[in-house]
Design a protein around this ligand. Structure first.
Ligand code: SF4
Length: 320
């Protein structure tokens, strides 16, 4: 028998206290999950939050696996993921061999990888970036050229905002969710809402980025909507973010540029699976990273976290 959402949320909140568990959730999770999380944010904000865990015995990380892996490297406590099969397909574009091939082709050119990569791919990188920190990370190297992957649209975003030459590791690399947006969607909505602010995620195709009023991570979107006087926002990112923004700002109109932009992998997590982790602590849900990769990844994650990037994760309270 399916439990009512409120009943499930209450059970999770009570067990969370008992277990001394911290729940971190990505912006793309459904609102029911965001409501029981201690912190909700983008991958950079959640990586920072993981590094600052204190006073908890465990972390439940509700996001795709590579994010949970980063949390497990940075967090002093064990990290559990509600559904270990929540994998990001973008990460599948890069393996260590491909990166080694590019390094051979461009000797001495540093490698920056997006966080949406496997631990093995990260182990070949000189630095890691999130969408909120990509430009800053690339510029922090002080070089003329970088090797970059796996997202070719994010690479375009970096090209548009720096003078650094960006060499794609795989030009085909993309997020299937953000790749759904096209310029006609933006133009049509802008015609209908001329006073709106259009914000696109940097994983969107470059022509969408170029015509949007702003481009940035989900963390930046949250801040912009909170701080701007505009009444209508057109958002090009995953639908979980749209629901969250609308719930936080009922006085504003938050319109998705495309309602079909749903990440099936992020949505594998459910309240039932979170409850199961808290009740049973299943070993299959414990997140681990192969030991040989850990010291290097920790070092480059810590470097990324030290850069300014974008603001802190936000706390979301459950409404009674
Ligand atoms: S939205 Fe795209 S990049 Fe993010 S987890 Fe889903 S597939 Fe990966």
């Amino acid at each position: 028998m399916e439990l009512d959402v409120k009943v499930l949320q209450e059970k999770i909140l009570s067990l969370k206290k008992e277990r001394k568990a911290l729940i971190l959730a990505h912006n793309y999770q459904i609102i029911d999950i965001q409501e029981i999380a201690d912190f909700v944010g983008d991958s950079l904000q959640l990586a920072r939050q993981s590094a600052e865990v204190s006073g908890f015995d465990m972390v439940v990380f509700v996001g795709v696996k590579f994010m949970a892996e980063m949390a497990s490297i940075l967090s002093p406590t064990p990290v559990y993921i509600p559904d270990p099969k929540a994998l990001c397909p973008l990460a599948g574009y890069l393996d260590a061999q491909k990166i080694r091939g590019k390094k051979k082709e461009y000797p001495g050119v540093p490698v920056v990888v997006y966080v949406n990569t496997t631990a093995e791919a990260k182990s070949e990188a000189d630095l890691i970036c999130t969408s909120g920190s990509a430009v800053e990370v690339v510029e922090s190297l002080g070089v003329d050229r970088v090797i970059f992957g796996p997202d070719a649209h994010l690479a375009d975003y970096v090209r548009a905002h720096t003078s650094v030459e960006v060499i794609d590791i795989d030009e085909r690399g993309h997020c299937y969710v953000h790749n759904m947006f096209d310029l006609s969607m933006l133009i049509e909505l802008k015609e209908e809402y001329p006073d709106s602010i259009a914000i696109a995620h940097p994983e969107c195709p470059i022509e969408v980025q170029e015509q949007a009023d702003m481009v940035g991570s989900t963390g930046m979107m949250a801040r912009t909507v909170a701080e701007s006087d505009a009444k209508v926002f057109l958002i090009a990112t995953e639908m979980g973010m749209i629901h969250q923004l609308q719930k936080r700002h009922p006085e504003k109109t938050i319109l998705p540029m495309y309602e079909g932009a749903v990440c099936r992998q992020m949505k594998k997590h459910t309240l039932e699976k979170i409850l199961d982790v808290l009740v049973n602590l299943p070993s299959k849900n414990l997140v681990t990273v192969p030991e040989p990769f850990v010291p290097h990844i920790r070092k480059i994650l810590e470097k990324m976290n030290k850069l300014r990037g974008q603001g802190p994760a936000t706390r979301v309270k459950v409404e009674s």
